[in-house]
Design a protein around this ligand. Sequence first.
Ligand code: ZN
Length: 677
Amino acid sequence: MTATLIASFPDKRKLPINVKQFKWQTEQFGDCKILRYLVPGFDNLPLKQKEFIYYLSQAANAGRDITYDQNCKYNLLVRKTLEAIYLNYKGDKTSADFQNFVVYLKQIWFNNGIHHHYSTDKLVPGFPKEFLALLVKGTDKKELPLAKGESIAKFIEEITSILYDPKIVPKRLSQDVSSDLVINSGSNFYEGVTQKEAEDFYSRQKSEAKKNKKDTLVAFGLNSKLVKENGKAVEKIFKIGGLYSQSIEKIVFFLNKAKDVADNPQQASAIVKLIEYYRTGSLKAWDDYNILWVKDLASSTDYVNGFIEVYGDPLAMKGTWEAIVNFKNVEATKRTETISQNAQYFEDHSPVDPKFKKKVVKGVTAKVITVAQLGGDSDPTTPIGINLPNAQWIRKEYGSKSVTLDNITYAYDQSSLGNGFMDEFANSKEEIENAKKYGYLAGSLTTDLHECLGHGSGQLQPGVTGEALKNYHSAIEESRADLFALYYIMDQKLVDLKLIPSLDVAKTEYDNYMRNGMMTQLVRIQPGKNIEQAHMRDRSIISHWVFEKGQDQKIVEKVTRDGKTYFKVNDYEGLRSLFGKLLIEIQRITSEGDYKAAGELVEKYGVKVDPVLHQEVLDRYRKLNIAPYSGFINPQFIMEMREDTIKDISITYPMDFAGQMLYYSKNYSFLPARTEK
Ligand code: ZN
């Protein structure tokens, strides 16, 4: 794929959208492919709601630099340097080295930094360091983010070592428990402190809060960087006047605008609280905001905006900034409402030990949403389901909002039809036919069950906290939610509730899940590497565990044909009961905070890869020429003014990924290239 060098963005043409002809995938580079998503229904929204979406989309863009800086302290310096070269380099832009440079820059945009978003390994440039030096020298000095008084030679040395030295930030997130997780992680949540010092700092903070009868339920450490100053660990809070102030001021500016066009007073009051949180950095304000946000069920527009998921922190405390703007898909939401209304039934009938069940499942609200803008950690790669807030105590007392990102899932599904993947890896024609017929429904429903019921089910034993499983927490938690979904998708209750036409939908999901967990998800792992990402570990744990336990009865069979491996489910009911058995154990581990058992499960089934099968899968996959990771180009909103009033807001679907990234960098970059001291 030849790189586009001219930023032709924003695209002001209004595209007549014909879904059949809509180009879902625009390009592919490295292990990434770029997709677009449609926003059906936007044009028919009332103007006020369009305005709300517009302002929040601006707020989503405004925080983009924060995510880069949190992922690694060198990210903004590298991004700004490479963008300056991309736009201003005076030499030959047609050479193979330059094309590889463009691919590398696109990978940095795709991954929000110099580390792979999934494996967290540092990306390797596909061009030699000598060429990097040439690029820098061929670019106007005043366009480059040189440090004060820094010479070009020194600057080249600095950038070269960041990009090429394998000892400098080799991983964004270290999971090697035999060494210091904080020191060995390239993410930018700690500076100059060891893991022990960080852990001590937060246990002291917690015990002091307890002693002084302060709020002990807040998410300690969520919105700060922990640094060493004068030999002491201190927190730098992300807030106006604190760390990332320049970006947060802009976020707040647009939140204020959005507040004035909110759907209702409840939604407006939540935004007011969010602004207070951004101004003060108070974690109590963050909790209060989340309570207001989770109680707002009437609004048809909604959003996520804040320091939220803690996957990026080796100690799972610090939130990476993210944003999503959306509105309700009324038709599809009927599906998840049915699931939510029956939440108590599902909790009561689950196979887990009664003492680990919630007596009353509260406020499991679920809706299907249409995404209008992705931002921060959710852009360009995005989850397909979200369940927030994360605070366990708020979830228990006020419930949680669970959403599935329907138009994103649809874009995945449409773009993957006919790419040859199923023909290569499915065991039979019947599996392929079922996947075509039921795959989209099965996938969506599994996500719904995972998000609406799975994460919200069960309860911890008194005295056990959410952090008990430490570094194994994420993989175990995702397994728990997946198992709940897998167990119930095969339940006759779903047919009775008219959520699925027949259990064939469940069979399709079981086929897909086992094929993926045992085999095809390995396309995302490089030879010789372990599985690290929480959701991948989850799928590996579940599929390998049930495969092993059902081996004697051949519940799932490994088939070899023409030297190729396939997985065949022989006994769907038997498989379901194995999912149930593992759910019982994983719920017990979670409820009791059994760190040792969690570690044994994760390490035995979730980390290691069978090298022979792995190579086979990679070889078969390579022939299909499909990139394993997908990221999205956001739509672009255009405000149409008549004198001082907004006449309408329209939506277009740009084609040019680089153009959008450069547009964002030009208009929404508020942080300096180098982290301030
Ligand atoms: Zn989940």
